[in-house]
Design a protein around this ligand. Structure first.
Ligand SMILES: [Zn+2]
Length: 318
């Protein structure tokens, strides 16, 4: 903790206060720092008694058509430019929640074990451990890892290859995911290509991964809740402290460009359920002023979603 405070003191920090959240932005710690090199901790905030730190595994590339689903390119291209292969940059945002009693890691990015054919398509920035180290967090410090679901870009750093074996990257951690998601990962359904068993099966076999059955509190102040649509059993991670709430809503609302109910990714298995789940989420998150954490936003790890003029949803960078 002392080390982290020292790291922070070196930064040129701007502090903003909004609706009870104390939020610090580090001008020396940008999420998008061009190609290569660790991107460091990009932001942290205080939520009641908890500290939240956004850490990134880097930027990867997604096909723009897949990322924005049925939305015509003429519309999404106004917001983000595609490269010559029609790919758009997407973030791999994880969040550390320091509760005082626990150091919880939400989501673990792509990792460093991606097969070459997939690394060629998506990229494999593999920066999470460097960025955790920059925040003075060692793998041994993490005692809880929560995966929203098991697609390769959400649980890659769950495990690493060491001495020809696949082992837990976070040796002291208990890992959590929904049992239904793990079962689905073993079915040969439409998104089978997105599941790499070495990211989770060794942990299930060793007993280090707990398979949850529905909504549950993991530790005081941190609970999971299933929001179906992207997959049937994808879970959001809800963090509550001091009367404030933050939610890692994962691929249900993957970036600040996906706020509109109908801007649904082509990856989603149940797009109509995505729309219903978003309605359910906004019905609580907007009036209660939840902080929404974005899993794939390349530049904004979190913000408050608000309803602006004409009912349009907008995110206020917090
Ligand atoms: Zn996914």
């Amino acid at each position: 903790m002392g080390g982290r405070a020292k790291y922070r003191a070196r930064c040129d920090t701007m502090i903003a206060r909004l609706a009870g959240f104390k939020i610090a932005w580090h001008s020396c710690c940008a999420l998008i720092a061009g190609e290569g090199g660790p991107r460091h901790t990009l932001a942290h905030l205080t939520l009641g008694k908890f500290e939240l730190i956004a850490v990134s595994d880097g930027i990867y590339h997604l096909d723009g058509g897949a990322f924005f689903g049925v939305v015509p390119k003429v519309l999404w291209e106004r917001k983000v430019k595609a490269d010559e292969h029609n790919r758009v940059p997407a973030g791999l945002n994880s969040v550390i929640v320091n509760t005082g009693d626990h150091t919880v890691l939400i989501e673990t990015g792509i990792g460093n074990k991606l097969p070459e054919r997939m690394a060629n398509i998506y990229g494999m920035p593999a920066q999470l451990l460097d960025n955790l180290a920059a925040a003075k967090i060692a793998p041994e410090d993490i005692d809880i890892v929560i995966n929203s679901h098991l697609h390769f870009d959400h649980c890659g750093w769950n495990t690493i290859r060491r001495g020809g074996k696949i082992v837990a990257t976070f040796p002291k951690a208990r890992y959590y995911v929904q049992q239904g998601e793990w079962r689905h990962a073993h079915s040969q359904e439409r998104d089978a290509i997105s599941y790499l068993s070495e990211n989770y099966d060794p942990l299930v076999e060793s007993g280090q991964m707990t398979l949850l059955r529905g909504d549950q509190e993991i530790v005081p102040g941190i609970s999971v809740e299933v929001f179906s649509g992207h997959t049937r059993d994808m879970q959001a991670i809800i963090v509550r402290s001091g009367g404030h709430t933050a939610c890692y809503i994962s691929d249900l609302i993957p970036s600040s460009l996906h706020l509109d109910l109908n801007w649904v990714m082509a990856f989603d298995l149940y797009p109509l359920e995505t729309i219903e789940s978003r309605k359910r989420y906004y019905a609580r998150a907007l009036p209660e002023k939840w902080l929404t954490m974005f899993t794939h936003d390349p530049s904004l790890p979190w913000g408050h979603v608000e309803r602006a003029e004409m009912g349009k949803l907008e995110v206020k960078a917090s």
